[in-house]
Design a protein around this ligand. Structure first.
Ligand SMILES: Nc1nc2c(ncn2[C@@H]2O[C@H](COP(=O)(O)OP(=O)(O)OP(=O)(O)O)[C@@H](O)[C@H]2O)c(=O)[nH]1
Ligand SMILES: [Mg+2]
Length: 235
């Protein structure tokens, strides 16, 4: 008779996370900060692409910052800082995903009113991050040409919880004998209607296409009504 109690406890913890994430999302809306959560398996190219996206946004006059989660090291924060954006590393000490409390803690001291885009590079993992709402406005899933076309079918939650899918490292598609049509069909199967963009961190036009798409999504997600920040309490 112990298993129903375990399930009940997990449900309560998740409810607490979701409530906190909803509050944090309202806070980000009140500062007009578009929060983008990047999820993928390890090594898909999140850091390399995000560095290019941050540079392109900053060159266009937008303001952008990034949080990056890893089990250990601040390697990725150091790489992202090359873009000129403010960056903070979240070291999870083995935890396989980021949680909303970590986001809340790591944005402390930043004036969010001056940040148009806050990117969150999640821990590389194609399972756990899909279950954790970080208060983001947009979730982006990345899949590289080296990972195999079947990943969307094997990890459907990661794809059907996302708002945008990026197929990365397209410069390697030929040598990897990557089947783009099959991959697109597989993504469509688990997440009908999701926009899909093909990218390479080494192709500035493909980076710009992602930036343009994110700018459009930001316009759509921003609420017209501003929420007074002093009415929000994140505990
Ligand atoms: N050819 C090619 N290589 C890429 C591209 N993007 C990333 N890489 C390489 O792929 C490797 C992994 O890239 P990262 O950006 O570290 O991947 P990541 O998803 O941030 O990895 P984790 O943070 O460990 O999950 C590195 O050696 C990159 O140089 C790309 O568009 N084309
Ligand atoms: Mg990375």
């Amino acid at each position: 008779m112990t298993s129903p109690r375990v399930v009940e406890l997990r449900k309560n913890v998740m409810n607490r996370h979701d409530r906190k994430a909803a509050l944090l999302r309202r806070h980000f809306e009140s500062t007009q900060t578009c929060v983008v959560n990047l999820v993928s398996s390890p090594g898909t190219g999140k850091t390399e692409l995000l560095t290019e996206i941050l540079s392109a946004l900053i060159s266009s006059g937008a303001s952008a910052a990034a949080l990056v989660g890893d089990c250990a090291t601040d390697n990725d924060a150091k790489r992202l800082e090359a873009s000129g954006a403010p960056v903070r590393q979240i070291v999870t000490e083995g935890l396989c995903h980021l949680e909303v409390t970590m986001i809340d803690q790591h944005v402390q001291g930043w004036d969010l009113n001056g940040i148009d885009f806050l990117f969150i590079e999640n821990v590389g993992n194609l399972v756990c991050p899909s279950a954790f709402d970080l208060g983001e406005s947009i979730r982006v899933v990345l899949l590289s040409v080296t990972e195999g076309e079947d990943k969307p079918l094997k990890y459907p939650q990661m794809f059907n919880s996302a708002d945008l899918a990026l197929i990365t490292k397209m410069d390697l598609a030929g040598p990897c004998e990557f089947d783009l049509a099959v991959t697109r069909t597989n993504i469509e199967t688990v997440s009908p209607g999701i926009p899909i963009l093909e990218t390479s961190a080494r192709n500035p036009e493909s980076v710009q296409a992602v930036v343009d798409h994110l700018v459009q999504l930001r316009q759509r997600t921003l609420t017209t009504e501003s929420v007074p920040t002093d009415s929000l309490s994140i505990t």
